[in-house]
Design a protein. Structure first.
Length: 503
């Protein structure tokens, strides 16, 4: 089997440039602020997301201002653009928000909004509606003249909700997403619970399309960027296989019609992840891991879903320079079913090149490992506890918080490295069913801090959605990269992937 290695490294500067698309606008059309509500923004992952949204937004404004100064003497096009981000943190406890401020987890100018996504749905909607109405002093009554109404619509606040309030295990209803759609607010989340994500997709995709609202679920670093890597690997491999084995011109010249029927097929995708300690992400990732130990692992085998026991089928994986070989075990990851079911769907985001792979990826799995090594065996030992206890969100979160001093000590000893590897294997299928030319593309990403990495990735997804909803591209690139609907990362089109993957 021939293996092709493609190394991917996090390049923060490249992402910032990619997310800083500059737009020249008429001086009478000032940029409107982007109002961002980060639910769970007082936590480690949420706080990192807040900081990166602010950093990328500030850089965008600097680039925009500089470009305007350079182009003062040129004709200017009246286009709308995203203004500076005004960020609010949403959560149940103001004490957590104040602690985040004291510890510099979030910038001092960030405000707080009290809400409970697991509480009363009517109250949640009222809270979001009040927040939306307070942005830019927008009046939703629209009891004005037609001209005033048009201006009011133009000045309607640009709002975005980012849900980082995990753990998501144990939740069954996408209440926050549903509420956002009812108010036409674009939405992203970092949900790592497949049943909840699948419900979001199946129940709310049509509503999002009707409301003309783009949403991405299960985004972040993994799940999220990892699925984009799989899509990139699949396209790269399919292109190489077509180039090597599906040359229509040669086949036609030789009178061999069977060559035209040759197709590239993705046979398997294997995800592997490694995080040293908690990756500096804190107790939440520990409690989420406990919950996952009570969750059957979704894999796909020969085109069918096959649930397996968590933390089994150990493998040794090479994560490349700086990380090396690590042991990993099966652990549930929504990238697996979303990739298997949606990687080859082209009816939503069809800006890709031609894709002649099969509809379902037959074999997909995901594994995870951590350091120090003993922690892996402790996780395995946790499975002796009753599943009802392991799947108790409150109990596992309380245990993780109780263990926080030890968690922080271990993090200081082992670091916070996050590494991902995605192996995509495929072959050529002839018209008679024979297969040949099996090859594998391997993509690796390494980052020295999971907390920073997941915040950066989540911010990248969020701003991509915001630009698609409200516009922030040039006149020649005005088509939204994320269409209205509820999408998994693997469904995104090529331009959106390129914007996000330049990390």
């Amino acid at each position: 089997m021939k293996i092709l290695f493609q190394e991917c490294y996090c390049k923060t500067t490249a992402l910032i440039i990619a997310l800083s698309t500059v737009i020249i606008i008429n001086s009478n059309n000032a940029a409107h602020a982007l109002n961002v509500l980060v639910v769970g923004g007082s936590g480690r992952v949420g706080g990192s997301t807040v900081r990166w949204i602010k950093t990328l937004s500030d850089r965008q404004q600097e680039q925009h201002h500089h470009q305007q100064q350079q182009q003062q003497q040129q004709s200017q096009i009246e286009l709308d653009t995203l203004g500076p981000a005004i960020i609010t943190v949403g959560g149940r406890r103001r004490e957590s928000y104040e602690a985040a401020l004291r510890n510099n987890v979030i910038p001092p100018e960030v405000e707080f909004l009290s809400l409970d996504v697991d509480g009363d749905g009517i109250l949640l909607k009222q809270t979001l509606q009040q927040w939306q109405s307070s942005c830019n002093g927008y009046d939703d009554e629209n009891r004005q003249s037609q001209q005033q109404q048009r201006q009011q619509q133009h000045n309607k606040p640009k709002c975005l909700v980012v849900h980082t309030g995990g753990p998501f295990q144990g939740r069954t209803k996408p209440t926050l997403l549903s509420t956002c759609l009812s108010l036409s607010i674009p939405y992203v989340d970092v949900c790592d619970e497949w049943e909840l994500a699948e419900t979001s997709k199946s129940k709310l995709h049509s509503m999002a399309r009707e409301k003309n609202v783009p949403c991405i679920i299960s985004c972040g670093i993994w799940p999220g960027v990892s699925a984009l890597m799989a899509k990139e690997g699949a396209e790269s491999l399919a292109s190489k296989l077509r180039s090597s084995y599906c040359n229509d011109e040669e086949g036609t010249a030789a009178g061999d019609e069977s060559t035209k029927e040759t197709k590239a097929e993705i046979e398997s995708i294997d995800y592997s992840f490694f995080t040293a300690g908690t990756g500096n992400a804190g107790p939440t990732i520990v409690s989420a891991t406990f919950l996952l130990l009570a969750t059957p692992v979704i894999t796909f085998l020969n085109g069918r879903r096959a649930d397996k026991e968590p933390w089994t089928e150990m493998k040794q994986i090479d994560f490349g320079k700086g990380v090396g070989d690590r042991l990993v075990w099966l652990l549930d990851n929504p990238d697996v079913p979303s990739t298997a079911l949606y990687l080859n769907c082209r009816h939503q985001h069809n800006d890709d090149d031609g894709d002649d792979t099969a509809n379902v990826v037959p074999n997909v799995s995901s594994r995870f490992g951590t350091a120090p090594l003993v922690w892996n065996y402790l996780f395995g030992g946790m499975k002796v506890l009753p599943r009802s206890l392991l799947y108790n969100r409150n109990a596992m979160q309380a245990f993780a918080l109780f263990s926080e001093p030890i968690i922080r000590l271990v993090d200081r000893l082992v670091g916070a490295t996050n590494a991902m590897r995605v192996d995509v294997t495929g072959c050529v299928v002839r018209r008679d069913g024979t297969k040949e030319g099996r090859e594998t593309v391997t993509l690796r990403v390494a980052h020295d801090d999971l907390e920073m990495c997941v915040g950066l990735a989540t911010a990248a997804f969020a701003l991509e959605v915001a630009r698609s909803m409200y516009g922030s591209g040039s006149e020649d690139d005005a088509t939204p990269t994320v269409l209205p609907g509820v999408f998994f990362p693997v469904e995104l089109g090529k331009r959106a992937r390129e914007n996000i993957l330049e990390v």
